[in-house]
Design a protein around this ligand. Sequence first.
Ligand code: HEM
Length: 245
Amino acid sequence: MFIFKSSIGKKFIQAISGAFLIIFLLLHATINFFSVIDSFKGTFGAVAADEALFSKGDGIFKLGCDFMSTPFISIMVPILALGFLVHILYGCWLTYENIQARGGWKRYEVPSKAAADSWSAKNMLVLGIVILGALAFHLTHFWAKMQLPEMFGIGTYENNPYCLLVATFGQWWILAIYLVWFCALWFHLVHGFWSMFQTVGWNGQTWFKRVKVIGVIVASLIVFMFVATAINGFWQAHWGWGATL
Ligand code: HEM
């Protein structure tokens, strides 16, 4: 079938799965950022004594985590995992084909001015590998203590997600790894966003520049919310709510 065989077909799959992952990241970063808003409202660490979803007295980050546990979102988890898998497999395949077409592992001379000045364009695979490695590390900190026990009964469930935030980001070396991860994510998203629109044909003169600017804005917004969450987690661990535990 054309979509699986032709190079543009594969890029199309890459673009669609990428768009889906960007939507996930926007939602995920926004819910995490609620923990920063909680800090300003004085509700960082506020979790009701019961384990019910959406309890009165929960901070908005806790409410966001509860939303992620609702059946509608839980159904999305395997779809999300599939989205990641498709994106990774096709990303490797596309890179392999590019290398073959170029006759070996060398940087290509790109005629397009925009592509030529883009460092990320040439390093999407390496950036993707860094992001994937850190994602595995990340899942051990939060997902393994929330959704894994909840959905599969494996491990001990932590009802207070603020505890996970301070336990994770309170350690400076973990914070440092996460910050490097967010940088890689920024470069990957900036190029990925632009490339996605190129693939679906939005590459006219006017839109070419606009899409680049919108890509930088979307990537920066996502990464800003993650960075703020992590740094605030470090702050809360040492001088805020975590320090009083
Ligand atoms: C400050 C940064 C981040 C924090 C505090 C954070 C927090 C969390 C939490 C609390 C969960 C568990 C959600 C639940 O079980 O209800 C989770 C899961 C997950 N995170 Fe993150 N995350 C961060 C950054 C990222 C980034 C950058 C990515 C992807 C590149 C990512 C990908 C995922 C995935 C795939 C899951 C599992 C699916 C899910 O539970 O929805 N996270 N994260």
